[in-house]
Design a protein around this ligand. Sequence first.
Ligand code: ADP
Length: 275
Amino acid sequence: MRHSQRQERTATDGRGEALRLVKVTKTYGAAADGTLVTALDDVTLSLATGSFTAVMGPSGSGKSTLLHCAAGLDRPDSGLVVVDGEEMTGGPGPARGEAALTRFRRTRIGFVFQQYNLLPTLTVAQNTVLPLRLAGRRVHRAQAERILTGMGLGDRLGHTPDQLSGGQRQRVAIARALVTEPAVVFADEPTGALDTRSARDVLRLLQEAVRLHGRTVVMVTHDPVAASYADTVQFLADGRLAGQLRAPTAERIAERLAHLGDDIVGTHATTTTGV
Ligand code: ADP
């Protein structure tokens, strides 16, 4: 008890709270035909503004579902998601309309995907400021230039994505995710398609966004080295939070993951043998 109170106090560390999940549950399928899968099971989590969190766990443990529910791309069956003090879900109660949710997402949430998701016909600068345009905000060319120069892409403003390497494309995607100065940036396997060096550049940029600019980043990854760039790793197993690691190193993450795997194999073995 005392331990969990201490964790709660240090969770936001006197800073603001960028993201809060309270008892979030999400199931897929139908109980009637026995296909019900509990992808997220009563997940409660609080992330401070200016934190960098990696979410790890075995395949099928609920990482994508967590990201989608937290980012308002999917609605939980029950529980609460609060981004930057604003409730995104109503659970069974009053929920935001889709249009309001989309507006909120456009300005308060940034996304970085494994496959970059840049628009091929737009230039680097145009891709970067797209969220501002979609939100009907005034766009200053200097703003895009400043961000892209910071990403090492100052000489690529007029290029289209097909003229860039994978690492450069992902850097544009990060610039696009940051341009609205969102409350939370969600990154889904952002280095999954990159070589080691490009991956390192991308991870450093995410780290810089947190440390220098106070942004909040939540990153799903399979890779212990990528996760070691975060301040904290949250582990998921069978749709539940299964502990966290602060100031993680790749070795300690890999070790913890191996034990998570053991636990799950153990649980499944018990179930399937009926013991
Ligand atoms: P992870 O990202 O850790 O691999 P997911 O969040 O994708 O895990 O999936 C968690 C569980 O929910 C898995 O058992 C998966 O099969 C199931 N699941 C995810 N999406 C769907 C869906 N659209 N329909 C049915 N089951 C799903």
